[in-house]
Design a protein around this ligand. Structure first.
Ligand code: ATP
Length: 199
């Protein structure tokens, strides 16, 4: 699996539709300060479901929408999409190529799409568990992140190893099952209360 392309339209400094195609080997993005290099990585984080505006270096979710310049009107929505080669079927989808997209409107309305089909954020998260690509993954190492990892709590570091070992999806399923169990236990207590009242 590898990243084939990133498309952005109305996302941060990218008013027009732009497609970045990636080929074999290393690709470097160069440009003057403030020209939008980091915005490309932000677009990938955003598509992967980043919900923390701070991680996107913004102050609100609508801030990712192109705000306009002296000569350009603001955009009404931000769109970004990443296309991954999935010929090794690392992603559990029966497609050779997987495109994940996210769009947000000024009204706050937003959507996620996997290969053009609307889906939930949960579906995007689940698609990338244990691949290292998810928003909690280690495929995007931002400025200062290495320091954070080295200086972080052992539990936080453990998360990275869990992701690399491929056990995150099982941990998440266990958490969901435990929550269900807890709520069933609460229900049982209530049933017992009612039974004893009746008895
Ligand atoms: P540096 O080399 O200094 O790290 P960079 O090339 O990584 O810079 P970015 O931080 O990616 O640059 O881009 C910052 C630019 O993006 C700023 O000029 C900022 O005005 C612009 N920008 C961010 N959000 C928006 C937005 N919503 N609308 C328009 N422009 C935006």
């Amino acid at each position: 699996m590898y990243l084939k392309s990133i498309e952005v339209h109305g996302f941060k400094s990218f008013a027009n539709k732009i497609v970045f195609d990636f080929h074999n080997g290393i690709t470097g993005i160069v440009g003057p300060n403030g020209s939008g290099k980091s915005n490309v990585a932000d677009a990938v984080r955003w598509v992967l479901g980043e919900q923390k505006v701070k991680q996107l270096r913004s102050s609100s979710m609508q801030d990712v929408i192109f705000a306009g310049t002296e000569n350009r009107k603001p955009q009404s929505y931000a769109y970004a999409a990443i296309t991954l080669d999935n010929s090794d079927h690392q992603l559990a989808l029966d497609y050779e190529e997987v495109t994940v997209a996210r769009r947000v409107y000024r009204s706050g309305e937003s959507e996620y799409l996997i290969n053009g089909t609307a889906c939930r954020l949960k579906d995007v998260n689940e698609l990338f568990y244990d691949t290292g690509i998810g928003k909690e993954g280690y495929s995007i190492i931002g400025q200062g992140q290495i320091d954070k990892i080295l200086g972080g709590k052992p539990e936080e570091r453990r998360e990275l190893f869990d992701e690399a070992a491929g056990i995150v999806k099982y941990k998440r399923r266990k958490q969901t099952a435990q929550k269900k169990l807890e709520s069933e236990e609460q229900n049982l207590v209530r049933v017992n209360d009612i039974l004893s009242e009746l008895g």
